[in-house]
Design a protein around this ligand. Structure first.
Ligand SMILES: Cc1cc2nc3c(=O)[nH]c(=O)nc-3n(C[C@H](O)[C@H](O)[C@H](O)COP(=O)(O)OP(=O)(O)OC[C@H]3O[C@@H](n4cnc5c(N)ncnc54)[C@H](O)[C@@H]3O)c2cc1C
Length: 386
């Protein structure tokens, strides 16, 4: 039974999406409760391990147009969003550098072909700058003389993932969100709320059986003296790698992509591959100190697309952000917040209204109606114990 003491929204899962959605809904004056099975730092989330590169054009090598467009729009949205948070977050828009070793030069035309085929013309225009060896050195002096060619993707960005999670946690407090950390929510005992927003990432698998994990492993190293100023991607047929420089000589080196929901520690093979590839980009990484080897699983749907899945009643699921969570979260979360508000005030209450909403939405391809599965699963009015 719902009472007036219920919050307007229960957001389940406080990784990247859950925090963003809860914080934005609270910013609109709604009463919001958030439930996260891990800690306030976010250390249980895929978002904790991510490199947080915001690279829509580079990702177009393997991502479809929808993802590229969401990424490009989100890149423009991040600064305004970060400016409202109560803690500073490292964000830069200094581009990505793409390089390859001479023996792997066959990868370069393949990469370029995929970008030109998948990315919209406006992103490619001035966004993919070929560099001769001297220009590689001019853009990244520590790589001078090491690569005969490269590309600069000057408009791309990155941020510090852990600072975002921390700043959002502080933002939740500031906006009066009732945050329950270390609180695992069971599918059969959803907390009371008028609208539930499921942002559990891979944890939503009981409700979204086609969701799967794609394991990713990264190394975090401290490497003073190298001084890369932007993420560097190494094209390689077997070990495509990125090195994302954060503040204070910290580098995130990643990432493997392994099918499966294995959350065990990083394998020796992966550690060797990641660290050797980084060493091949710059020998200074030989003297770096390994701060962490970490693994997590990217929440992924069969079509590798994000989804806003409405059950036709009081539950919206935001999921499938795969390897692009940071890159696309502002737009996906923004769309989720607009739709959730419409659910709350009854503007969307049936399939026809949903179809209209989807038709007029900025990102209509995100929306799906899951009546078959979820109508069968009515929300039980169970007691929730933290
Ligand atoms: C190695 C790696 C590198 C990546 N690099 C990048 C990158 O460079 N750029 C980029 O854009 N993206 C990157 N990503 C992807 C990005 O991290 C994800 O897309 C993003 O974190 C998904 O956000 P989410 O909120 O859906 O899921 P998550 O961040 O995983 O959050 C889900 C949260 O739900 C909680 N939860 C689960 N079940 C329950 C439950 N029953 N009750 C309560 N809470 C629950 C979890 O504890 C977790 O905190 C990377 C991911 C990995 C693994």
């Amino acid at each position: 039974m719902r009472t007036s003491a219920q919050p307007d929204f229960a957001v389940i899962g406080g990784g990247l999406c859950g925090r963003l959605v809860a914080w934005q809904l609270a910013g609109e004056g709604h009463r919001v409760a958030l439930y996260e099975r891990g800690d306030a730092a976010g250390s249980n989330a895929a978002a904790w391990v991510a490199a947080a590169m915001l690279a829509p054009l580079a990702e177009a090598a393997s991502a479809e147009l929808l993802i590229t467009r969401l990424g490009a729009a989100s890149l423009d949205t991040w600064p305004a969003l970060l400016a409202q948070l109560p803690e500073p977050v490292f964000f830069q828009r200094n581009g990505s550098l793409i390089v390859w070793h001479h023996s792997d030069r066959a990868e370069a035309p393949l990469f370029e072909r995929r970008l030109r085929a998948n990315a919209p013309a406006d992103l490619l225009d001035g966004g993919l700058v070929p560099l001769a060896g001297a220009q590689v050195g001019a853009s990244e002096p520590s790589l001078a003389g090491r690569f005969a060619q490269g590309w600069l993707l000057p408009h791309e960005g990155q941020l510090d993932n852990r600072q975002v999670l921390s700043a959002l946690a502080a933002g939740l407090v500031q906006r009066g969100v009732e945050a329950h950390w270390n609180a695992t929510v069971d599918d059969h005992a959803m907390p009371p709320a008028r609208i539930t927003i499921d942002c559990r990432g891979l944890g939503a698998k009981p409700a979204m059986p086609t969701l799967r994990g794609i394991r990713g492993e990264v190394a975090r190293v401290h490497a003073p003296g190298i001084g890369l100023s932007r993420p560097v991607r190494l094209l390689h047929p077997r070990y495509p790698l990125y090195i994302a420089p954060k503040q204070n000589d910290l580098y995130v080196i990643g990432a493997t992509e392994v099918e499966g929901e294995d959350m065990s520690p990083v394998s020796v093979r992966s550690a060797l591959e990641l660290l050797s590839a980084a060493f091949s980009v710059h020998p200074g990484f030989g003297e770096a100190r390994i701060l962490e080897l970490n693994s997590q699983c990217r929440p992924t749907l069969p079509d590798h697309r994000p989804v806003l899945l409405w059950d036709g009643a009081g539950t919206l699921r935001v999921n499938g952000l795969y390897r692009h969570g940071y890159m696309i979260a502002p737009e996906v979360a923004g769309e989720a917040v607009r739709f959730a508000s419409a659910l709350l005030d009854g503007r969307v209450a049936d399939a026809d209204a949903f179809a209209d909403w989807r038709h007029n939405a900025r990102w209509s391809e995100l929306f799906r109606l899951d009546d078959a599965h979820d109508r069968a699963q009515t929300r039980p009015a169970a007691t929730f114990n933290v």
